[in-house]
Design a protein around this ligand. Structure first.
Ligand code: ATP
Ligand code: MG
Length: 570
């Protein structure tokens, strides 16, 4: 199943190029870059990757592929308090699964700690950095606001010698956390707050997953990021819009040091309706047990989407369709679902599964008889072939496919009415059997018309076709149905939802434990994907076992995106 998943994504040269490609083209034409285009994907290993990161991954690796260049995977591991090895491992797994390869270029900002330290010493020597004794609160207070200039720290004019000495002693562990920081000496009255003597190093007496206990001062992200790009010879440093205001600072650092200067290009981050895309918030959901871990199928994480049944192809297709732009916007989650539907429509075998079973007995069908019906596996893919499906006297159909007192337009089963059973016969409902005490319908007594075997011309037409499973051959399974994790389209909007957990959807998970599957679904393996006729696309869950199969519904069959597009086009 899903053999295509391992294929490397192909680049579609005919696709219209985005504004980033135009900038790169211009740089190449102007001879501004000497070698190949070199990008990087720079996650901080402080959580699992989400669909927003997929956008950045497809963009960065996609550019490298398009231009015959390179893309590094670089972990921005500058904050040991929040980072963990298991996040590093999950990030690598996710990037690979999406179909991208960083070759031997797996880098860590922590690999550059020594170089960054030397760079900092260079700035001190130039009088461009100083050790500050102000407390974090005082630094914040002295920083001023957008309308008020900042104030200079009393330590700002320390001598170079004193700064060198204090910085060395910071590194040697002589001071407590929060006692001292190293700051760039730029401009406390700058209109750009990022240039008001930003902190470069703070003291953390913390164990780092790679450098262990060798360091007790750690570089700030803003100090590490641009220099890491420079060290790796990145030509185009692509990041999200919130870093636009940091660019003058990155430029300042690189100019002061006189080292390779990548071109930074900002693009709008992905926002998705009914979804939060912030590692901090996703971590909160995990820590408060609002979901079942990072890979809960309702999570917008790559691992959650994978577990839900998403394919790498569908996610890459989604990233391709949303494109990249300079203006923030929110993408309708229906588009993501549409991309999966399109992919699985091509690749997922059709099978029959009854999620909420109602027993029917076909009274004129011989007891003990088993007929092997022929079911095509995928009408979209003739090569998918067909399979045998056992037809017997006792079957299950979907409870919602029967109504005792139906409205006119109900074309499914009702007393005295006929339907076709997919791949089998036309049946008629003769009697309804009820539980005497509760009045609940427990069984239908039906008859079948032997002249209507599927595939044989019988000239009979009925409006409804139902899926079914032989009672005797059914595989019992658990099926999990999902809805959006949030009830509002914009749960991440902090003005609208100061506490985003208030918008959690209490009905986002529905577990059905008495489902009946056709026997071909015996022996499926986690990650296998199917279309359950009329019910949606499903994948075998990670925790599924042969004796207790578990399926996740990835998406329903109803394509709300196609409907939106049609309405807008009309
Ligand atoms: P979050 O805001 O979710 O906490 P982050 O930006 O802190 O994410 P990083 O690990 O720093 O997470 O992100 C790695 C890369 O992915 C960065 O280049 C970042 O710009 C990009 N990225 C993160 N979120 C999105 C998003 N929603 N859309 C596009 N790119 C994103
Ligand atoms: Mg970040």
């Amino acid at each position: 199943m899903n053999k295509a998943s391992n294929k490397t994504p192909e680049i579609d040269e005919s696709r219209t190029s985005n504004f980033i490609e135009h900038l790169i083209d211009a740089d190449r034409e102007a001879g501004k870059i000497a070698g190949p285009v070199h990008t990087r994907f720079p996650p901080e290993p402080n959580g699992f990757l989400h669909i927003g990161h997929a956008k950045s991954i497809c963009l960065n690796f996609g550019l490298a592929r398009k231009y015959g260049g390179l893309c590094n995977l670089r972990f921005d591991d500058t904050n040991p308090v929040k980072e963990e090895v298991r996040y590093v491992e999950s990030i690598k797994e996710d990037v690979k699964w999406l179909g991208f390869d960083w070759g031997d270029r797996e880098f860590y900002a922590s690999d550059y700690f020594e170089t960054l330290y030397e760079y900092a010493v260079q700035l001190i020597r130039k009088g461009k950095a100083y050790v500050d004794d102000l407390s974090p609160d005082q630094i914040r207070e002295y920083r001023g606001t957008l309308s008020e200039p900042g104030r200079e720290s009393p330590c700002r004019n320390r001598s170079i010698e004193e700064n060198l000495d204090l910085f060395a002693r910071m590194r040697a562990g002589e001071f407590k956390e929060g006692d001292r920081v190293l700051r760039a000496r730029i401009d406390m009255s700058s209109g750009n707050l990022n240039l008001r003597d930003p902190v470069m190093y703070r003291i953390f007496k913390a164990h780092h997953h790679r450098t262990e206990d060798r360091w007790c001062i750690y570089p700030m992200y803003d100090w590490a990021h641009g220099q890491s790009d420079a060290i790796e010879g990145i030509t185009h440093s692509i990041c999200t819009l919130e870093f636009e205001d940091h660019r003058p600072l990155y430029d300042w650092f690189l100019d002061q040091l006189g080292i390779h200067h990548p071109r930074q290009i900002e693009f709008a981050r992905l926002n998705l309706s009914y979804t939060v895309l912030s590692k901090r918030k996703l971590l909160q959901l995990v820590q408060e047990n609002r979901v079942d871990g990072w890979d809960d199928p309702r999570m917008p994480t790559i691992s959650g989407l994978r577990r839900r049944g998403y394919t790498p192809e569908s996610i890459r297709d989604f990233c391709d369709r949303i494109g990249v732009a300079k203006a923030n916007s929110t993408v309708d989650i229906a588009l993501l679902e549409h991309c999966l539907r399109e992919d699985l429509n091509r690749s997922a075998p059709r099978v029959m599964a009854v999620l909420d079973p109602l027993r029917i007995v076909i009274e004129n069908y011989p007891e003990g008889q088993v007929e092997e019906m022929e079911g095509e596996n995928n009408p979209e893919d003739p090569a998918a072939g067909s399979r045998k499906i056992s037809f017997t006297r006792e079957l299950y159909i979907e409870r919602e496919d029967f109504m005792e007192d139906p409205p006119k337009k109900f074309f499914r089963l009702a007393p005295g009415r006929e339907v076709r059973l997919k791949h089998a016969y036309i049946i008629k409902c003769e009697t309804v059997v009820k539980d005497e005490s509760t009045g609940e319908v427990v069984e239908l007594r039906c008859t079948y018309d032997p002249a209507t075997r599927s595939g044989e011309a019988d000239g009979r037409k009925v409006k409804g076709t139902l899926h079914w499973v032989s009672a005797e051959h059914a595989v019992n399974a658990e099926v999990r149905l999902y809805d959006h994790l949030f009830t509002t389209a914009n749960p991440g909007d902090e003005k609208e939802n100061p506490d985003f957990t208030m918008a959690l959807n209490a009905e986002s998970l529905k577990i059905l434990t008495n489902c009946k599957l056709e026997p071909s679904l015996k022996g499926t393996r986690p990650g296998d994907r199917f279309q359950f006729l009329r019910m949606g696309y499903f994948s075998v869950d990670l925790e599924s076992a042969p004796e207790r199969p578990i399926f996740n519904r990835a998406v329903t069959l109803r394509d709300t995106w196609a409907r939106i597009v049609k309405k807008e086009g009309a």
